[in-house]
Ligand binder design. Sequence first.
Ligand SMILES: Nc1ncnc2c1ncn2[C@@H]1O[C@H](COP(=O)(O)OP(=O)(O)O)[C@@H](O)[C@H]1O
Ligand SMILES: [Mg+2]
Length: 373
Amino acid sequence: MYTGGRTVPTVPQNPFRPSAGAEPPHLVGRAGLLDEFIYGLQIRSGAPGLLTIFTGARGIGKTVMLGEAEDAARSTGWAVVSETATPGFLGRIGEAMRSLTDELGGGPTGRKITGLSAAGFSITTQLPPAQQLGWRQIGENLLRVLDGNSTGLLITLDEIHGADRNELAQLAAVVQHFIRERLPVALVFAGLPAAVSDLLNEGVATFLRRADRLDLHAAAIDEVEASYLQEFSALPHPVDPPLVRAAAEATAGYPFLIQLVGYHVWQMAESVDRSLTAEDLDIALAAAHRRNNRMVIDAALATTSPKDLEFLRAMAEDDGPSSTADIGQRLGDRKNTVSNYRSRLIDAGLVQPAGRGYVGFAIPGLREHLRQS
Ligand SMILES: Nc1ncnc2c1ncn2[C@@H]1O[C@H](COP(=O)(O)OP(=O)(O)O)[C@@H](O)[C@H]1O
Ligand SMILES: [Mg+2]
């Protein structure tokens, strides 16, 4: 196209990634978090960081941290198996280990060792004893090959709050066996905090209690601001620093909102092709919050019962954490009913304990959403 000799400013592509598990342009507020894990990759076996659990609310960045751990492992030559804890994950990990063994051409293949068919690991939650043994042998064989190359195997498992207890116990038992054999294996999990605590307390896999537990929280506003200043500086028209600050504050440091706000501000800046005004920013922030409601809050509320909702609405009457005694009074419910719903909602990742006798919302914007609807 003829442009009259002017160079048309090319706006770089929107760098923000408001999508579950998507790697953000900047990992805000997570400095040093993987240090122990990375240190463990050097030691390769038996180091504490090689057994790590990330916990935190929906949208706080757990899946992204698993991805970071996987990148770190791959960059030191480790093999990676990445799974989500939906039924059958143990069998899927087994299959992945088998194809890794085949790929590495390491000795006899898993299939030969165990005599299992290609579909040997069915999608049942409990492997029959022969397959359990097969799984263990395939894993051991693979780990010995990797050990010979001075690397190891990282297994990541996402959403363990939903894991079948049996399957998780089996995985833990076999991995514990590998560790005892001094084989180079790392296990990194992610899940919702309260449900993970239950899982560990139930004694499903006692050895998992020794894992490094990293509870992810919102990032500091200053760090969000610094990241925005850098990202927005690539726009053809500079964004006013006070507006950048306001955008950072609107995220409350919550990672999913960091991406949503950044994304909509960027999109707005592209569409107006001039410096942003405070009104433009308001429109972008409203769009970000609408999308947060749709993607996080509606999804989280989708599985709630009418009674759960009543409980949540009773909480929303408070501006900060609610006392469970107050909630009981508002609902006219007995103490044990209140505590039942309290733990149901904590497990669902909607509510979190906020000191003795108090609960708060686990997702930003949930209170406002409940007040409006
Ligand atoms: N440290 C971070 N800094 C900025 N954005 C992040 C960070 N961690 C995650 N995000 C973004 O937040 C969103 C949710 O991340 P995700 O890992 O899917 O959360 P979770 O697994 O806890 O629900 C994604 O859009 C991701 O790009
Ligand atoms: Mg996730």
